[in-house]
Write a protein that binds this ligand. Structure first.
Ligand code: SAM
Ligand code: ZN
Length: 139
């Protein structure tokens, strides 16, 4: 974990990570997302069924990118690209499983500084990813 140029703290790979590897598990208290204390709002990871987890390990500091190298499956951050030592670990905060039904909160919106050519300029509203066959049985 270290300071980024303009996104506060971020999490960085200390070794190379292969596609499909679990990078970190979001460890912390699970609660109905509606009960999340306001100061923890930027940190809560939404789970399915109206619940969320307030991360207490280093997963707390994973920043957003519009062209990320990881994706969240349940409580797990998984590499979706090959990641080299020193690269920042990121996921797309806007991606939600199809079927999860959350309302975007204004307080979650911020100007995106991911720097990717595919940057959407703002983190502001959900994008849905289609549910894979068999995934429902595993979650
Ligand atoms: C879960 S925290 C990530 C850790 C955070 N950088 C910190 O220092 O505590 C989420 C917050 O980080 C900042 N952030 C994350 N990704 C960002 C991005 N791509 N551009 C600008 N700010 C970002 C936003 O302030 C966001 O609300
Ligand atoms: Zn961006």
């Amino acid at each position: 974990m270290r300071k980024t140029k303009d996104k506060g703290l971020g999490l960085f790979a200390t070794k190379g990570i292969e596609v499909g590897a679990v990078v970190i598990r979001f460890e912390g208290e699970v609660m109905p997302h509606s009960q999340c204390p306001e100061e923890e709002d930027p940190y809560m990871l939404l789970l399915s069924g109206g619940y969320g987890v307030i991360p207490r390990n280093e997963s707390r500091f994973v920043n957003h990118s519009c062209d990320p190298n990881c994706e969240v499956f349940g409580k797990y951050l998984v590499a979706t690209k090959e990641i080299r030592t020193g690269e920042e670990l990121t996921f797309d905060y806007c991606l939600l499983d199809e079927g999860d039904n959350y309302e975007w909160k204004d307080s979650w919106t911020f100007e995106c500084k991911c720097g990717s050519p595919r940057c959407r300029k703002a983190v502001d509203g959900f994008l849905y990813k289609p549910r894979c066959k068999g995934e429902a049985a595993q979650s």
